[in-house]
Design a protein around this ligand. Structure first.
Ligand code: HEM
Length: 480
C-alpha cells in the first residue's frame, strides 16, 4: 500500500492533536487526592501539590516517601555534571561529614571563619581592622563564588516538555552535556590544579611524620581519612582528584548560594529598620569588649539579640512556596486522609508555616525578638520555622551557617553604619512563588573614631562611595 508524504504528515499531526486533547482532558486527580485549585485554562504542565503547614512537616518527616533530590533531578542534571560522585548520589555522606567535621568541631573553626571574614570585609568593603591580602588563589575564590551561577544555566530551559514526561525534559537539558559542554568543568579543573600539590604534600607529610602528623582542620582531610574514600590513597590519581573536587563543588553548591542570599537579605532587613540599630549595636559592642576582638563560640552564643534578628530575617525571607519533594512511594496518605500518587511533586507552602497564627495577630510583620522571647534560636527547627527543612534531612550546615552569619553581622555592625540607599525598607519582588534577590543598594558607612560618619548621601561624598555595596541579582553582594 502506498501513502503519500502529505497523508503521513496529516496522520502525524492528527495523532499529536488527539494526544494533546486526550492529555488535557485526562482526569488530573486520582482517588482521594486533595482538591484541585479551580481553573479555567486547561492544564498543560504537571499537577503539583501544595502542602500547607501540617502536611509540610509531614513531608519532611516522611523521608522514606519523599525526596528532595529526586525532584531536583528533573531540572538539574547533576548526575551528568558531577559524574564521578554521581551527582547528589551521596548526599547522606555529605551530611554525615558536615555533622562530624564541621558541626562537631565548630568551636575549632570559629577563629578561622572570623579571620577569613575580616579579610573578605577588608577587601570587598574596606578598613575593618586587619589588613591581610585575600587568599593567594583568587581564581579558587572566584570558582567558589561562580559555581552556583553556572548551575543556574541549566535552569534557563523551562521544563515545558515535562508535560509529556519529566524524563523528556531531562533528555533535552542533558543533551549539551552529553555532547561535551559542561560549564562546571572549568571550576573542577581550577580546584584540581591547586589541590593536587596540597594533597601530595599531605601524603608525604603523613608518611614522614607518622603519628606526629598534625591533620589540618578541613573537609579534604576528612575525606582523606575516610576508610571508604581515602585511606587507600597512596598516590593522588586523576580519579581521586576528580572525586575530591566534585565533592567540593557539591558542597559549594549546597552551601554558598543559600548563605549569600540570606546574608544579603539580612543586611537589607537591618539596613531598612533604623529602630533596631541601637539595640543590636549595643549588644555587639558589649561582646566585642568581652572578647577583646577575638570571638569564640561562647561569645557568639551570647549574641542573643542578633540570633533572634537572624531567625526573623530567615522566617520572613519571603519564599511563598518551594523546596519541592517528589513522592517516591506508590502513594502517600497524609494524616488528614488525602492521598497523593507516586511521582507527584509537592511544594512546601512556606507562607502557611512562617506566617502562622503562632506569630500573633500580625504574623507578617518583622518580630525581631520573637526568637529571644520564646527561647527559639535561629538553628532550632519547628513546624512553623522550616527554613532549614525538618526531620532526617534537615540542614546539617545550619549551626555553621548561623555562626558564620552572626560573626559577619557582628563585625559589620561594629564597623559600619548600614542603611539602604533608598532610606527605606526595600520591597521584595517575586518570580512565581520564589522571592527574588533585592537589587537595590545598601550603604556601608565606616564609623570614624569620633563615631561620626553617617553620611548625608553616599553619592555626594566621594570618600564614602567605596562603601557602597550593591546586591547583585544572582551573586548576592557585589562591590560597585
Ligand atoms: C542559610 C543557609 C542555608 C539554608 C537556608 C539551608 C537550607 C537547607 C534545607 C531547607 C535543607 C533540607 C532539604 C531537605 O528537606 O531535604 C538543607 C539540606 C542540606 N544542607 Fe543546608 N542550608 C543552608 C546552608 C548550608 C550550609 C552552609 C551547608 C554546609 C556547610 C549545608 C549543607 C546541607 C546538606 C549537606 C543538606 C542535605 C541534608 C540531607 O539530605 O540529609 N547547608 N539545607
Amino acid at each position: 500500500m502506498y501513502f503519500s508524504f502529505e497523508t503521513i504528515q496529516t496522520f502525524v499531526v492528527g495523532f499529536i492533536i488527539i494526544y494533546a486533547i486526550l492529555w488535557i482532558k485526562k482526569p488530573r486527580l486520582s482517588k482521594n487526592e486533595p482538591p484541585m485549585v479551580p481553573y479555567k485554562i486547561p492544564i498543560i504542565g504537571q499537577v503539583i501539590t501544595i502542602a500547607g503547614n501540617e502536611a509540610s512537616y509531614e513531608i519532611f518527616n516522611a523521608s522514606d516517601s519523599f525526596d528532595l533530590n529526586e525532584a531536583i533531578k528533573d531540572v538539574l542534571p547533576m548526575r551528568h555534571v558531577l559524574p564521578t560522585i554521581n551527582g547528589f548520589g551521596d548526599v547522606q555522606h555529605m551530611a554525615k561529614m558536615i555533622r562530624e567535621e564541621i558541626t562537631g568541631k565548630l568551636s575549632l573553626y570559629t577563629g578561622r571563619i572570623q579571620e577569613q571574614l575580616l579579610i573578605a570585609i577588608n577587601k570587598e568593603i574596606g578598613d575593618c581592622s586587619i589588613g591581610e591580602e585575600i587568599s593567594k588563589h583568587e581564581d579558587v575564590i572566584n570558582s567558589f563564588a561562580n559555581v552556583s551561577k553556572e548551575f543556574s544555566k541549566f535552569l534557563v530551559i523551562p521544563p515545558f516538555l515535562s508535560f509529556i514526561h519529566p524524563k523528556i525534559h531531562q533528555q533535552v537539558v542533558t543533551l549539551p552535556i552529553r555532547l561535551g559542554w559542561n560549564p562546571i568543568r572549568k571550576h573542577i579543573n581550577t580546584l584540581k590544579k591547586y589541590l593536587k600539590p596540597v594533597l601530595e604534600k599531605r601524603l608525604i607529610d603523613k608518611e614522614i611524620l607518622g603519628d606526629k602528623y598534625k591533620p589540618p582542620l578541613d573537609v579534604i582531610e576528612y575525606y582523606l581519612n575516610e576508610p571508604e574514600y581515602g585511606t587507600t590513597v597512596t598516590v593522588i590519581t586523576d580519579d581521586y582528584l576528580n572525586y575530591t573536587c566534585e565533592v567540593l563543588i557539591h558542597l559549594i553548591f549546597i552551601s554558598i548560594h543559600s548563605t549569600t542570599r540570606h546574608i544579603s537579605s539580612a543586611l537589607h532587613d537591618l539596613a531598612g529598620r533604623p529602630e533596631l540599630w541601637d539595640d543590636l549595636y549595643e549588644e555587639q559592642v558589649k561582646i566585642d569588649k568581652e572578647c577583646n576582638g577575638m570571638l569564640t563560640i561562647v561569645h557568639i552564643d551570647r549574641m542573643v539579640k542578633l540570633d533572634s534578628f537572624m531567625r526573623e530575617s530567615l522566617r520572613t525571607f519571603g519564599e511563598v512556596a518551594g523546596l519541592m519533594h517528589r513522592c517516591i512511594e506508590d502513594s502517600y496518605t497524609f494524616k488528614n486522609n488525602t492521598t497523593i500518587p507516586k511521582d507527584r511533586i509537592a511544594y512546601i507552602y512556606f507562607d502557611d508555616s512562617h506566617y502562622n497564627e503562632v506569630y500573633g495577630p500580625e504574623p507578617r510583620s518583622f518580630l525581631p525578638y520573637y526568637g529571644l522571647n520564646n527561647k527559639k534560636p535561629a538553628t532550632k527547627i519547628n513546624k512553623n520555622y522550616l527554613v532549614f527543612g525538618a526531620g532526617k534531612h534537615a540542614c546539617p550546615g545550619r549551626f555553621f551557617v548561623i555562626n558564620e552569619i552572626k560573626i559577619l553581622m557582628h563585625k559589620l555592625i561594629l564597623n559600619y553604619h548600614i542603611k539602604t540607599e533608598s532610606g527605606k525598607l526595600d520591597e521584595k519582588k517575586f518570580a512565581g512563588p520564589f522571592v527574588l534577590p533585592l537589587n537595590t543598594g545598601i550603604c556601608l558607612l565606616k564609623f570614624t573614631d569620633d563615631n561620626l560618619s553617617i553620611g548625608n548621601g553616599i553619592t555626594s561624598n566621594p570618600t564614602l562611595s567605596k562603601f557602597y555595596v550593591k546586591i547583585d541579582k544572582k551573586q548576592g553582594i557585589q562591590n560597585m
